[in-house]
Design a protein around this ligand. Structure first.
Ligand code: C2E
Ligand code: CA
Ligand code: CA
Ligand code: CA
Length: 278
C-alpha cells in the first residue's frame, strides 16, 4: 500500500509537471496560432421565447490545435488572458464574428451577434476604436453586435471599464452583463454601467423546475432588469420543462443545449437559418 501510494504521488506530480509544461508551450503558441488560422469560432443560437424565432448567435472560440485536437476555451483562455496575445486573439474573434455576421445578414438573416470580451480587452482604452473600425470594415450596424462582459471585469478596473463601456454604448453597440448570478451579483452594476441586457447564468435557470424559491428569485431578477429597461436572456436551458417554466416569466431570449449546441458556421447555417435567401 505504501509503495502504491508513493507511485500514485509521483504519477500525480508528473502530471502536474506535464500540465505546467503544456501551459507554457500553449502560451507561446497562441500568437503563431492566430497567424496559422488555427482558431475557429463556433456559434450557438439564441431564440425568442414567445415565438421560437431565432434572434442571434453567440460566438464561442475554439483552437484547432495540430497535436492536441479541438481545444475548448477552458483549455487555453486563462493562459491567453495572462499574456498580451489575448488582445490579438480578441481582435481576431471580433473580426471573424463580424465577417460571419455580414455574410449571414447578406443572405437575408437579421441576427444579433454576441461576442465575448476578456477583462484585459475591457481594460484597454483602444477597444471602442478597434470594434468600431471592425464593424465599419464589414459594413455592419453596431446595433447588431452585443458585447458580453462579466461582473468580475467591472470590479477590477472600475473607471477604465466605465469609460470604455460608455464609449461603446455611444457608438451604438449593445452590451450584455454575462453570467449574472455567479460570483457577487451586484445590482449596482446594472445601474452604474451602461448595459442593455442581462444574461442570467444557468445556475439560476436550471433549478426553477423543482425549486419554487429559485423560480421566485429568477422572477425577481427579471422584474428588476425589466424595470431598468434591459432585455433578459436565460442561458443553460437544457430541458423542455425548463423552457415551459421560463414561458411563465418575462424572459425575452433563451440559449442552451435544448435549442442548439455551439456548432461550426456551415452547420449553424443549415440547422438554424431556415428563412435565409437561397
Ligand atoms: P460563456 O460566455 O458563459 O458561454 C457559454 C458556455 O456555456 C459555452 O461554453 C457554451 O458551450 C456552454 N453552454 C451553452 N449551452 C449550455 C447548456 O445548455 N448547458 C451547459 N452546461 N453549458 C452550455 P464554452 O464554449 O466552452 O465557453 C466557455 C467560456 O469561455 C464562455 O462562457 C466564455 O466565458 C469564454 N469564451 C468563449 N469564447 C470566448 C471568446 O471568443 N472570447 C472570450 N474573451 N471568452 C470566450
Ligand atoms: Ca458569454
Ligand atoms: Ca455566460
Ligand atoms: Ca462564463
Amino acid at each position: 500500500a505504501k509503495d502504491g501510494g508513493r507511485h500514485a504521488a509521483s504519477l500525480y506530480s508528473a502530471d502536474i509537471d506535464r500540465w505546467g509544461t503544456q501551459r507554457l508551450k500553449l502560451r507561446h503558441e497562441i500568437r503563431p496560432a492566430i497567424e496559422l488560422q488555427q482558431f475557429v469560432l463556433h456559434y450557438q443560437p439564441q431564440f425568442r421565447l414567445k415565438d421560437n424565432t431565432i434572434a442571434g448567435a453567440e460566438a464561442l472560440v475554439r483552437w484547432q490545435h495540430p497535436k492536441l485536437g479541438l481545444l475548448s476555451p477552458a483549455a487555453f483562455l486563462e493562459i491567453a488572458e495572462a499574456s498580451p496575445a489575448i488582445n490579438e486573439l480578441g481582435a481576431w474573434v471580433f473580426d471573424e464574428a463580424c465577417r460571419q455576421l455580414a455574410l449571414w445578414n447578406q443572405q437575408g438573416c437579421n441576427l444579433v451577434m454576441s461576442i465575448n470580451v476578456s477583462a484585459r480587452q475591457l481594460g484597454n482604452y483602444s477597444l471602442p476604436e478597434m470594434v468600431a473600425s471592425c464593424v465599419r470594415k464589414h459594413g455592419i450596424d453596431p446595433g447588431c453586435i452585443k458585447i458580453e462582459i462579466t461582473e468580475s471585469m467591472l470590479s477590477q478596473d472600475f473607471s477604465t471599464a466605465e469609460t470604455v463601456l460608455l464609449k461603446l454604448k455611444e457608438l451604438g453597440f449593445r452590451i450584455a452583463l454575462d453570467d449574472f448570478g455567479t460570483g457577487y451579483s451586484n445590482f449596482t452594476y446594472l445601474n452604474r454601467f451602461p448595459v442593455t441586457s442581462l444574461k442570467i447564468d444557468r445556475s439560476f435557470v436550471q433549478p426553477i423546475t423543482h425549486d419554487a424559491s429559485a423560480l421566485a428569485m429568477l422572477n425577481g431578477i427579471i422584474g428588476l432588469a425589466k424595470s431598468l429597461k434591459l432585455s433578459v436572456i436565460c442561458e443553460g436551458v437544457e430541458t423542455e420543462p425548463q423552457r415551459t417554466m421560463l414561458r411563465t416569466t418575462n424572459c425575452d431570449l433563451i440559449q442552451g443545449y435544448l435549442t442548439g449546441r455551439p456548432v461550426p458556421p456551415d452547420e449553424f447555417f443549415e440547422l438554424f437559418l431556415p428563412n435565409r435567401r437561397q
